[in-house]
Structure formats: structure tokens, C-alpha cells
Design a protein around this ligand. Structure first.
Ligand SMILES: Nc1nc2c(ncn2[C@@H]2O[C@H](COP(=O)(O)OP(=O)(O)OP(=O)(O)O)[C@@H](O)[C@H]2O)c(=O)[nH]1
Ligand SMILES: [Mg+2]
Length: 296
């Protein structure tokens, strides 16, 4: 009988760089969200869907919780706030490190949540056990967590247990999406996320934060190749120079790495054409933000 199937929304929260997007990708088995070593990689909530015998979970990978400094930062904060509504369960992801002021602030937000909370202590693959246990001890009295689970979003430690506990916690309900669907985002969005991830990984200092990616055109050609035209937008002319690199070296690297990932994701050959454009101060300009896809 299908009546006991579970279904619900799980929102993944935490400070920048703890591994939220890595977890989302692991859970759905596909790279939906950009991952990098730099904080604030994720800018918009990304939804991933996991369907099992037990039912269906829709995971929401949110931007890292931080103090906004510009319109883009405020938009990221709104994305987090929206993901709090309607979640059936929250994952609060931390690292096995002593609590910082940043975490104290997040604790205050998490304290007000209505749905159950799992505390996920991530990256235990790179911390020895004696390091992890005192952290769990320090956190466990702060809130009545439904579960506290040490995990590795990268190597998969305890992820099966996490999935089982998650289904136990979700309400009985019918699936919202098709069984074979892993996201409700379109290919255009994932394509921009894949290219933006490369920009984040390959450029330095303020450049990743000054850039965004716009998909100008995305079409399937008669020869079955996906032709994608994308523009990398930066804030200043000097950044444009860095983005292009000496003799176009940087663009070549970003383009090549993006193409490989795009082909893997789309399952077909890709012809990728990249441009760089400056829109002065776009992160502080409401109109420009809207045009670049960061609408209210
Ligand atoms: N060793 C190890 N590294 C991890 C693990 N999870 C994430 N990482 C690494 O941590 C870095 C940050 O991961 P992300 O998934 O981008 O972190 P995030 O929380 O989504 O970050 P924001 O989007 O900036 O909020 C990347 O370099 C990941 O490869 C883990 O379990 N073990
Ligand atoms: Mg992220």
C-alpha cells in the first residue's frame, strides 16, 4: 500500500562554507549546486529531489548565513528566510569546531524554528573522533535537537543513516514530483550555476564575488549538440581584464572546465560560447540585479 509513503521539505541551513551544497549534491547524486572552497558560493536556494521506496524528500540548499553588505547579500538573506517557511525538517550544518559568534547568531535563528532540527556535524572525514565528541557535547544542550549526526558530505559517512532518520521524521504524504526528477530547476539555471562555480574556483580575491553568469541562449542544434551562449558579468573594467586573462587564458580554462561539467550534466555534447561584460556596480543596483536574475 502506498498510504504510508512520506513526503516533505528539508531545508539545509548553516554558515558559509560548511558543506551544504556538497551535501545536496551527494543526496541527489548529481551536481546541482556549485561547490567551492570560498564562502558564499551559493546565492539562491537550490532544490534537489530524492525519491526512495519510503517516499520523497525535497532538499533546499540555502546560501550561507552571514551579515549582508550589499543588495546581493540582502537577496541571499531573503532566500534563506523563504526556505524557512514550509520546511518539515531542518538540517543545521556545523563543523566539528568550538562554537563561534557566527554560530551563536545562527543558534538564535534556529531556536525560533517550528519544525524539528537535525544537527549535522560535517567534514568528520578530516577531523579525528576525539575532536568531534566535545563539539557534540557543547551543542547538545543548546537546543532539543531531534538528532545529532556526524557526517561527511564528501565521502558519504552516515548519509544513509541521515536519509533513514529523515524519512522517519517526515509526514505521510504523496510525492510532489515525478519519481525520476532530481530537481525542479531548469537546465538553463543549472548551466549558469555550473559556469559560476568555475568562476568561483578559478578566480581570486574579489573577482568571484563581483561576478555572475547569464545564459543568453540555450538551444539544441539539429546535430544534437547543445549550444549555450553565456556572459560572465563583472563589476569593473579591471576585473574584466583579469577574467579574460593573458591571451584569453582564464576564459579558456573556465570554458573548458564548464563544458566538461555541462556535458556530464546534460548527457550530450555541448558547444559553449562565453563572453565577459562589465555592468558597473551591479550588486548595488536594483534594476541591474533584476535584469541579472536576482529579482525580489
Ligand atoms: N573534507 C571534506 N570537505 C568537505 C565536506 N563537505 C564540504 N567540503 C568542502 O568544503 C568546501 C565548501 O563546501 P560547499 O558545499 O560549497 O559549502 P556551502 O556550505 O554550500 O557554502 P556556501 O554556499 O558558501 O554557503 C568545499 O571545498 C567542499 O569540497 C566534507 O564532508 N569533507
Ligand atoms: Mg553552497
Amino acid at each position: 500500500m502506498n498510504t504510508q509513503k512520506k513526503s516533505g521539505f528539508v531545508s539545509i541551513l548553516g554558515r558559509p562554507n560548511v558543506g551544504k551544497s556538497t551535501l545536496l549534491n551527494y543526496l541527489v547524486g548529481e551536481k546541482l549546486a556549485g561547490v567551492s572552497r570560498k564562502p558564499q558560493t551559493t546565492r539562491e536556494t537550490i532544490r534537489g529531489i530524492l525519491t526512495r521506496e519510503e517516499g520523497q524528500v525535497v532538499f533546499l540548499d540555502t546560501p550561507g548565513m552571514h551579515e549582508p553588505r550589499d543588495l546581493l547579500g540582502s537577496k541571499m538573506l531573503r532566500e534563506i528566510e523563504e526556505s524557512l517557511d514550509g520546511a518539515d525538517l531542518f538540517y543545521w550544518m556545523i563543523l566539528p569546531e568550538p562554537m563561534t559568534r557566527e554560530e551563536e547568531k545562527i543558534l538564535e535563528i534556529v531556536r525560533g524554528l517550528k519544525a524539528p532540527i537535525f544537527l549535522l556535524v560535517n567534514q568528520v572525514d578530516r577531523f579525528p573522533k576525539p575532536h568531534v565528541l566535545p563539539v557534540i557535547d557543547a551543542y547538545k544542550d543548546k537546543l532539543p535537537f531531534q538528532e545529532i549526526i556526524p557526517i561527511s558530505a564528501k565521502t558519504g559517512i552516515n548519509i544513509e543513516i541521515l536519509i533513514q532518520k529523515t524519512f522517519e521524521c517526515l509526514p505521510v504524504g504523496a510525492p510532489l514530483f515525478d519519481e525520476d526528477q532530481i530537481s525542479d530547476q531548469n537546465e538553463r539555471f543549472t548551466a549558469s550555476e555550473i559556469i559560476r562555480e568555475k568562476v568561483f574556483r578559478m578566480t581570486r580575491q574579489e573577482i568571484p564575488y563581483a561576478s555572475t553568469v547569464v545564459i543568453e541562449d540555450f538551444k539544441d542544434r539539429p546535430d544534437k549538440i547543445a549550444e549555450i551562449h553565456a556572459t560572465i558579468v563583472v563589476e569593473r573594467e579591471s576585473q574584466k581584464g583579469v577574467m579574460i586573462g593573458k591571451r584569453g587564458e582564464m576564459m579558456k580554462r573556465i570554458g573548458e572546465a564548464s563544458r566538461q561539467d555541462l556535458e556530464r550534466f546534460l548527457g550530450r555534447k555541448v558547444f559553449l560560447k562565453l563572453w565577459v561584460k562589465t555592468i558597473p556596480g551591479w550588486k548595488k543596483d536594483k534594476q541591474a540585479m533584476r535584469e541579472l536574475g536576482y529579482g525580489p
